[in-house]
Structures are given as structure tokens and as C-alpha cells.
Design a protein around this ligand. Structure first.
Ligand SMILES: [Zn+2]
Length: 114
């Protein structure tokens, strides 16, 4: 009986550690995606500026276009800032107040995400 209980406990511990590793990998993948989304916005900034230039040259209204782009940027930035480190539980990219977009590690415990 003691042997069976020990085997069950070790199996449960193995499964739980495997489950937590899967959960951690999933969280790190989400962190990578949130950073990629924000970078898409940053890298499309020249396209945005050219589109604004074209709209202004044609005498069209730019308020809706600007509002859409700024909202998209804000949503992606808030999403990135809200990501939590799976190890320490603190914000992955925010140490004090500002969003650190160039780091590849947690700003608190240095856990790498790739
Ligand atoms: Zn951390």
C-alpha cells in the first residue's frame, strides 16, 4: 500500500510539474505575441504618416483614421503592459512606471521569454 501511494504521489508530482511548465510556456508565448503586436504598430508608423499625408493632400478628414490608429496603439500597449511574469507574478515589461519595450527578459527576475 505504501509503495502504491508513493508511486501515485510521484506520478502526481510529475504531472503537476509538467502542467506548470506548459502553463509557463503558454504565458511566455503570450508575452512574445503582445510585444510583436506593439512592434507591428511601431514599424507601420511610416505607412501611417504617409497615409495621413495622402489624406491631407486630398483634402479629406483624418480624425477617424488618427483615432483608429491611436486606439489600436493604446490597446496593444496596455495589453503588453498588463502581461505578468509566470515566475515572479509581477508586470513583465514594467518595472516602475514606463514600458520597457526593448528587453527580452522579465524586468524583475530576468526570466527570458524566448
Ligand atoms: Zn519575473
Amino acid at each position: 500500500m505504501q509503495l502504491i501511494r508513493g508511486a501515485l504521489d510521484s506520478t502526481r508530482d510529475f504531472l503537476m510539474s509538467d502542467f506548470s511548465e506548459i502553463k509557463k510556456a503558454k504565458a511566455l508565448r503570450e508575452i512574445t505575441r503582445s510585444r510583436s503586436r506593439l512592434f507591428v504598430c511601431v514599424f507601420t508608423l511610416p505607412v501611417y504618416i504617409l497615409a495621413l499625408w495622402a489624406l491631407l493632400n486630398n483634402g479629406r478628414d483624418i480624425i477617424g483614421f488618427m483615432f483608429f490608429y491611436m486606439c489600436l496603439y493604446a490597446i496593444f500597449a496596455i495589453n503588453m503592459a498588463s502581461k505578468r511574469c509566470p515566475d515572479c507574478g509581477k508586470q513583465f515589461f514594467v518595472k516602475v512606471f514606463l514600458l520597457n519595450v526593448i528587453t527580452k527578459n522579465c524586468v524583475h527576475c530576468s526570466l527570458p521569454y524566448d
